[in-house]
Design a protein around this ligand. Structure first.
Ligand SMILES: C[S@@+](CC[C@H](N)C(=O)[O-])C[C@H]1O[C@@H](n2cnc3c(N)ncnc32)[C@H](O)[C@@H]1O
Length: 216
């Protein structure tokens, strides 16, 4: 069932999502449906979203939820849904998840929405997701709100970091003014919606063939 229909008819645990997120989820996550995706959701809330992802991705998927609230442990189902308790900004904890579950194919950050936490998770996890992985950050309206360490054009805001990453994505063309990075060579695309940033990996070759097709 499409995610949106499932969300509308869900009478199980509460799912806390904005309506316009659903087309974006379908666009970026549908390639993992019925695959053996290892999916990490940061922030379990009332547990309904973990069940939604399980139904959406199908019987081979492994859904990992993390939260600082130990009551979320109850959302593990002993089958496809695993919950671990920890802080999304604690890289030791994040490493323990990779040690236990292997690299994630997709990450959805719906945790604290605090800029330094989003950044800590992204900086650690993005380089470690699989080579065609997807990293999805939602509720980025907080990037404009002081109480989440955000603010319009404030350097600490994750949206401001995304603006820098656009340059990093294009660093090969900066005529030496900036050096390409692992982000440059591994990132296929970046996408923005109201309150959402999505990063898709997918490069395994040079961006142009030697001698041929190189843009002037
Ligand atoms: C918006 S709710 C998640 C909603 C859920 N994903 C859904 O769609 O229904 C945010 C969750 O993030 C958790 N959280 C807050 N700070 C956190 C942190 N530093 N690390 C991990 N989880 C955190 C909260 O306890 C809360 O359960």
């Amino acid at each position: 069932m499409p995610l949106w229909g499932d969300f509308l008819t869900n009478d199980g645990r509460i799912v806390h999502k904005w309506k316009h997120y659903f087309p974006a989820y379908e666009r970026h996550f549908s390639k993992f449906v019925n695959s053996d995706v290892v999916f990490l959701e940061i922030g379990c809330g009332r547990g309904g979203s973990l069940e939604l992802w399980k139904r959406y991705f199908g019987p081979h998927a492994r859904i990992v939820g993390i939260d600082i609230d130990s009551r979320c442990r109850a959302f593990g189902d002993g089958d496809q849904i695993e919950v671990r308790i920890g802080d999304q900004s604690d890289v030791g904890f994040l490493q323990s998840l990779i040690d236990e579950f292997g690299p994630f194919d997709a990450v959805l950050d719906d945790g604290s929405h605090v800029m330094s936490h989003i950044r800590a998770s992204f900086d650690f996890l993005y380089p470690r997701i699989s080579r065609n992985g997807v990293y999805f950050v939602e509720d980025l309206h907080t990037a404009y709100w002081d109480e989440y360490e955000g603010g319009l054009r404030r350097k600490a805001s994750f949206i401001e970091h995304c603006k820098d990453l656009i340059d990093e994505l294009n660093a090969d063309h900066a005529r030496g003014e900036m050096q390409p990075t692992a982000f440059t060579s591994s990132t296929l695309s970046m996408h923005f919606y109201d309150s959402i940033a999505v990063f898709e990996k997918g490069r395994t070759t040079r961006k142009w063939a030697p001698q041929v097709g190189r843009p002037d």
